[in-house]
Design a protein around this ligand. Sequence first.
Ligand SMILES: *[C@@H]1O[C@H](CO)[C@@H](O)[C@H](O)[C@H]1NC(C)=O
Ligand SMILES: *[C@@H]1O[C@H](CO)[C@@H](O)[C@H](O)[C@H]1NC(C)=O
Ligand SMILES: *[C@@H]1O[C@H](CO)[C@@H](O)[C@H](O)[C@H]1NC(C)=O
Length: 383
Amino acid sequence: MASQIILLLRLFSFLAFSSTISSYNILDFGAKKGGNVDCVEAVIRAWKMACNSLSSTANIYVPNGIFLISGVRFNGPCVNKKINFTINGTLMAPSGYTDSSEWITFDTVEGISINGGVFDGRGSELWDCKLRNEKCPRGATSLEFTNSKDIEIRRLTSIDSELFHIVIHRCDNVNLVGPKRSPNTDGIHVQMSTNVYIRNTRIKTGDDCISIGPGTSALWIERVICGPGHGISIGSLGKDEGLKEGGVQNVTVQIIEFVGSENGLRIKTWGSNVEGYVRGIIFKHVVMNNVMNPIIIDQNYCPHNQNCPHKDSGIQISDVEYKNIEGTSASPIAIKLDCSPTNPCKGLGMSNIKLTYKERPAKSFCKYASGHSSGLMIPPSCL
Ligand SMILES: *[C@@H]1O[C@H](CO)[C@@H](O)[C@H](O)[C@H]1NC(C)=O
Ligand SMILES: *[C@@H]1O[C@H](CO)[C@@H](O)[C@H](O)[C@H]1NC(C)=O
Ligand SMILES: *[C@@H]1O[C@H](CO)[C@@H](O)[C@H](O)[C@H]1NC(C)=O
């Protein structure tokens, strides 16, 4: 009997709330425009309402204007599985910097879409500290999703982030569709995640436009313009000796333009004994404009030559396809494949490549790399 009543109640609540929308405007929860008043409490209150809402869609609305947010973690799990976070204004970080590694984080959430908005991380004071070579914190990620699934991020603009703009960590099914032409939308890092789609975005940054960390599979990157920045990088992998690391597999990167970036398509692993793999990677339809290292595999990665492990990389790179890649290199060597002596790269494929340096064919360099090439090959293949 009791269970029947519960069933009836469930049915009733299902019918009653089956197509309702509830809306939460942060102004109604005490948020103030102008950037002088911290709006954290207000957004958390709005979040709690949306998160616990039984309606079919819960809208959180940030109207236009500037809202100061000192740092916030939106925690799930939520009752509501369709939270629509629409941001018409700017979320602004406080001035200065702290030791925190995150600014706005969503943890253990499911079925969230973020639409629009400007995230202003106000990183310049921290960058100045780093330029002065003082002891400064590492910086905060502007927007992070962790342990989450079914996430959509649309037309978001992130400026002046202290560190990463967007980090996707331990997530499944993430759709990131950027603004076609927004200035300073940058630095996306994906790791330990599956089924992530990044499309239509313009990235300018001081570091990697997109970096792909350990444990990533089924990643699709399409229609991205990158530069200035350090390119699209798989890795770095194998940094922490003694730690087990997930491999990277099934990554497609296509219809990409690099503009004056330091690297184009890069795979980088430390020369350490960490074991792992990179496999099943496709890079195709890529245009390089004055890129320092258009195609590079570097298995002795060690920035600034500090604390280099000086070992042969234990990361096995295989089945990487480069197809229809053309444009200009800013250095004589446009293709550099520098692999591990103990785990040579295998199954690399190149076809229809045309990369020039000062209007002459560029050069290619291979070390411990094997595979096949076909079609037009400028520079000639060294595989
Ligand atoms: C967003 O803000 C603009 C002004 O910046 C305003 O014209 C527009 O109506 C707002 N959109 C919504 C959905 O409120
Ligand atoms: C989310 O909100 C935006 C703007 O308010 C609206 O255009 C969109 O349809 C909403 N999505 C859903 C699923 O309700
Ligand atoms: C590879 O990734 C794509 C999405 O990027 C996915 O649709 C496909 O199922 C994946 N294939 C395998 C074998 O994992």
